[in-house]
Design a protein around this ligand. Structure first.
Ligand SMILES: Nc1nc2c(ncn2[C@@H]2O[C@H](COP(=O)(O)OP(=O)(O)OP(=O)(O)O)[C@@H](O)[C@H]2O)c(=O)[nH]1
Ligand SMILES: [Mg+2]
Length: 184
């Protein structure tokens, strides 16, 4: 058995390994963080999406009054996503919270009434043209695809693209369909 008191070499090794274990391992390398804004009409599924991405239960989500921020961890980055509530009385304040955003997630309910979908398109149109957002990467999610009344991404967005193709091309927009609840 090793007797530390009798061997100066053993003592040196002991301290060397302690030092390595305590000091050399260090914390894991820091992941870059990005600030995103998440918008869309009330009920489109923004909170459900962020709960899902944070591995939290999306059951019993309540409508967001004002805004809420979640840090969504990915392997190579952390996204600090600021969700802005989508109710009528909150939407007029959205643009006050755009500053500093590095990307945008816009969530739509593809199964909503034609009137609500038109309101969502109008909000999307304004966001895509907003000076603080128009140059940012834009992810547009046509959600609620599990519902029978859901429209395809083309159906959701074609009235918008025909309104002004140039700005859709100008921004770095990506369109995706999804069914957030079915993914849970
Ligand atoms: N069937 C179905 N329901 C969904 C889907 N995504 C969200 N929901 C439901 O839609 C409701 C509203 O979802 P939220 O995530 O609160 O919507 P929100 O966009 O955050 O709404 P506000 O905070 O009011 O702006 C909840 O009952 C969700 O369970 C989906 O893909 N399919
Ligand atoms: Mg919400």
């Amino acid at each position: 058995p090793l007797d530390l008191r009798s061997s100066p070499r053993c003592i040196a090794f002991f301290f060397y390994y302690c030092f390595r274990a305590l000091c050399c391992k260090g914390p894991p390398p820091a992941r870059p963080e990005y600030d995103l804004v998440c918008i869309g009409l009330t009920g489109s599924g923004k909170t459900s999406l962020l709960s899902k991405l944070c591995s939290e239960s999306p059951e019993n989500v309540v409508s967001t009054t004002g805004f809420s921020i979640k840090a969504v961890p990915f392997q190579n980055a952390i996204l600090n996503v600021k969700e802005l509530g989508g109710a009528d009385n909150i939407r007029k304040y959205w643009s006050r919270y755009y500053q500093g955003s590095q990307g945008v997630i816009f969530v739509l309910d593809s199964a909503s009434s034609e009137d609500d979908l038109e309101s969502a398109r109008n909000e999307l149109h304004s966001a895509l043209q907003h000076p603080q957002l128009c140059t940012l990467p834009f992810l547009i999610l046509a959600n609620h695809q599990d519902k029978p009344a859901a429209r395809s991404v083309q159906e959701v967005l074609s009235p918008l693209t025909s309104r002004g193709k140039s700005f859709i091309k100008k921004c770095k927009a990506v369109f995706k369909s999804c069914k957030i609840l079915s993914l849970i």
